[in-house]
Write a protein that binds this ligand. Structure first.
Ligand code: DX5
Ligand code: ZN
Length: 217
């Protein structure tokens, strides 16, 4: 278990984006999580290429990009050019998932496959050895500040079992509704990476929240 914290910039104060990037640079956060939405796969719109490039320019940690768009294969090269280190695409948004995974790898990025709360984990059995991360959505994607879906604990268990069975080296990332009450149990139950937005950025001392989440439990 790695215990990586990836704050989601979707909850940052965009009027003070540079300040929030600097805060994360100086914090114990491991990665920057960037949520890209297209209004079709999810009912919201967020950041694009320019934003991603700007974050890359000022951040000093790996950029973990979560692509919530249909046909994500259209954006792989552009996102590499913007400085993406890890690119997550949604299982539900890809017709040719295998081809898309290899295209991301060919472009020199680590690859994650994200699954919505309704998607069963056994559907990943034929690609689990080809990917670096499984991104378990613990809310329905599209918005920050939502309630954590409790069934995620079962999904975590299913993912761990699949990884063990297939002898895969994929890490498990959980995204959505992470707070100070559930982060510890998620790490204990096998999550390697936690993405948190509201819990970190709505606090008056975000660095302290990140510090607490990084502490051994
Ligand atoms: C949801 C995004 C999440 C979101 C997390 O669609 O993928 O990364 O920003 O925000 P919180 O932690 O507020 O649920
Ligand atoms: Zn996300």
């Amino acid at each position: 278990m790695k215990k990586i914290i990836a704050p989601s910039l979707f909850s940052a104060n965009l009027a003070f984006l540079y300040r929030d990037i600097e805060m994360l640079n100086q914090s114990e956060a491991d990665w920057f999580h960037i949520d890209i939405m297209d209004t079709s796969f999810v009912p919201n719109i967020s950041f694009g290429f320019l934003f991603t490039k700007y974050v890359r320019k000022y951040s000093n940690k790996p950029m973990d990009v979560h692509l919530m768009v249909l046909q994500p294969e259209r954006y792989i090269e552009e996102l590499k050019y913007c400085g993406t280190d890890h690119l997550h695409i949604h299982y539900e948004a890809c017709i040719h998932l295998n081809k898309t995974i290899y295209s991301i790898k060919k472009n020199g990025m680590k690859v994650g496959v994200a699954v919505n709360p309704h998607t069963p984990i056994f559907l990943l059995q034929d690609i689990i050895n080809d990917i670096d991360f499984v991104l378990l959505m613990s809310v329905n994607p599209g918005y920050s500040g939502q309630k954590f879906i409790h069934k995620t604990y079962q999904k975590l268990e299913d993912t761990k079992n699949l990884i063990l069975k297939k002898d895969s080296s994929a890490l498990i990332e959980v995204d959505g509704g992470i707070n100070l009450k559930n982060y510890s149990l998620l790490f204990k139950n096998g999550a390697d990476i936690l993405v948190a937005g509201t819990t970190i950025f709505s606090n008056s001392n975000p660095k302290e929240i990140i510090h607490r989440m990084k502490l051994e439990n």
